[in-house]
Design a protein around this ligand. Structure first.
Ligand SMILES: *Cc1c(COP(=O)(O)O)cnc(C)c1O
Length: 447
């Protein structure tokens, strides 16, 4: 039998990974999966506690999704959307428009969250050009934002650990402080929210002639450590955008497709963005496909004679891939057929209850942030004073490594332990997930 781990170390460069550490580690090689469990080449089973990096929705090997892909595979695996149309991409676009916040009527496909954001920012930029408003070319973003890893999306991002080194390659953006109450214990969440809103309002007032769009992760900033914005923040930001003629682009790549307990995070506050990027959960976590949805008004600003230079010149080889679109259609059908959002609510409550009972009392847990199936457990050396562990201890990573001994896969964001199970997780699995996480935190951090 092949020693897969050794071959991996020989040939593969892993994403977001210090390869020297990797080479010294004992990598787990996944062979297959069943439902909410991953199974490695040695036959060991692990609960997929982060939905295979936030993408899986209905569990692995769902017959409905497998069959949709196989059915499409019998017809054709890929044809281009450059100069040709295809049935699955049309079906999916129609479904997306139906379920998205009102007004988003046009779908532009790409392959990943990063490209969906990249497309959105290029559309926003060109939209104002096409309308003769050349000065509107700046983007407003939140500090600690994460929008992907391509140069444009990194420019919008603000996570120093990932982004600082690329600074010379990036365009600059205007930053509004993220309303993150944990960082400002002297403020109430409402004060924290209003401070950020006021900051944006002043910026909008002064520079609306230069601002193309506000780009935000609605409600939850995932990669920043599951920062849950105080209620009303998104709605108020959207109102300021309207008031000052600034486009609102919501990056629903992480939050979309039921993650936060609504189909889209925007739905929590009745927000209607001008541009919305979706990816991760779009295909149920099966195949890479992404979409950038825009309003008719934006789409129509690109209409004109070819010589008017209003065309949007952007597209990827696998844009609108039929297999991925077929999987996405089947995934959306499952949401509707199984009333998934409604059925999720008691499970979200159970997750909150178990976290409160088993994790919150641990002496190195400083805060638990949860919105739907997105959970961040903030570890700290001294929770009372919110004193972090020295980063070199890599406590979050240690907890996530150790939890494998209890049959669970997790991956941290710094010292935030992330739980992001598939929506298909059962109540019993929720209990085991939380119990395993609590045990691992206790093992590593002490009682
Ligand atoms: C993951 C993520 C992205 C990037 O998506 P990829 O598919 O990894 O390129 C963009 N925005 C947000 C909010 C994300 O969580």
């Amino acid at each position: 039998m092949n020693d897969w781990a050794e071959l991996d170390k020989q040939y593969i460069w892993h994403p977001f990974t210090q390869m020297r550490d990797w080479t010294e580690s004992d990598p787990l090689v996944i062979d297959r999966a069943e439902g909410n469990y991953l199974i490695d080449t040695r036959g060991r089973k692990y609960l997929d506690g982060i939905s295979s990096l936030w993408v899986n929705v209905h569990g692995h090997c769902r017959p409905e999704l497998n069959e949709a892909i196989i059915r499409q595979l019998g017809k054709v695996a890929h044809t281009t959307l450059l100069g040709l149309a295809s049935v699955p991409s049309i079906e999916l676009a129609r479904k997306l428009v139906e379920i998205s916040p009102p007004g988003l009527n046009r779908v532009f496909y790409s392959d990943s969250g990063s490209t969906a954001v990249e497309v959105g920012l290029k559309i926003a930029f060109q939209y104002w050009r096409n309308r003769g408003r050349d000065r509107k070319r700046l983007f407003v973003t939140l500090t600690e934002a994460y929008h992907g890893d391509t140069i444009g999306s990194v420019s919008l991002g603000g996570i120093d650990l990932f982004h600082a080194i690329f600074q010379p390659l990036l365009f600059s953006t205007l930053r509004v402080p993220t309303p993150f109450p944990y960082r400002y214990p002297h403020l109430t969440p409402e004060e924290c929210r209003d401070r950020s809103l006021e900051y944006f309002r002043v910026l909008a007032q002064d520079r609306c002639d230069e601002i193309a769009a506000l780009v935000v992760e609605p409600i939850v900033q995932g990669a920043a450590g599951m920062i849950v914005h105080p209620s009303g923040f998104l709605r108020n930001m959207a109102e300021i955008c309207r008031e000052y003629n600034i486009l609102l682009m919501c990056d629903e790549v992480a939050t979309g497709f039921g993650r936060t307990g609504k189909l889209f995070a925007c739905d929590h506050e009745g927000v209607r963005p001008d541009i919305m990027a979706v990816a991760k959960g779009l295909s149920g976590g099966y195949l890479p496909v992404a979409a950038t949805l825009v309003t008719d008004e934006i789409h129509d600003a690109f209409l004109g004679l070819f010589t008017e230079q209003k065309t949007f010149f952007h597209g990827h080889s696998y844009t609108g891939n039929p297999l991925a679109c077929a999987a996405a259609c089947a995934s959306i059908d499952l949401f509707q057929r199984d009333c998934l959002i409604e059925k999720s609510q008691p499970k979200i409550q159970l997750l909150a209850d178990r976290l409160a009972a088993e994790v919150a009392p641990l002496s190195h847990v400083a805060e638990i942030r949860q919105c739907g199936f997105m959970v961040g457990i903030e570890l700290a050396e001294e929770p009372a004073t919110r004193t972090a562990y020295p980063p070199e201890l890599r406590m979050g990573a240690a907890v996530c490594q150790n939890v494998r001994n209890y049959g669970v896969i997790l991956r941290p964001l710094g010292d935030v332990v992330v739980l992001m199970p598939p929506l298909s997780i059962t109540p019993d699995e929720i209990r085991s997930l939380v119990t395993a996480t609590a045990r691992s935190i206790r093992d590593i951090c002490g009682d």
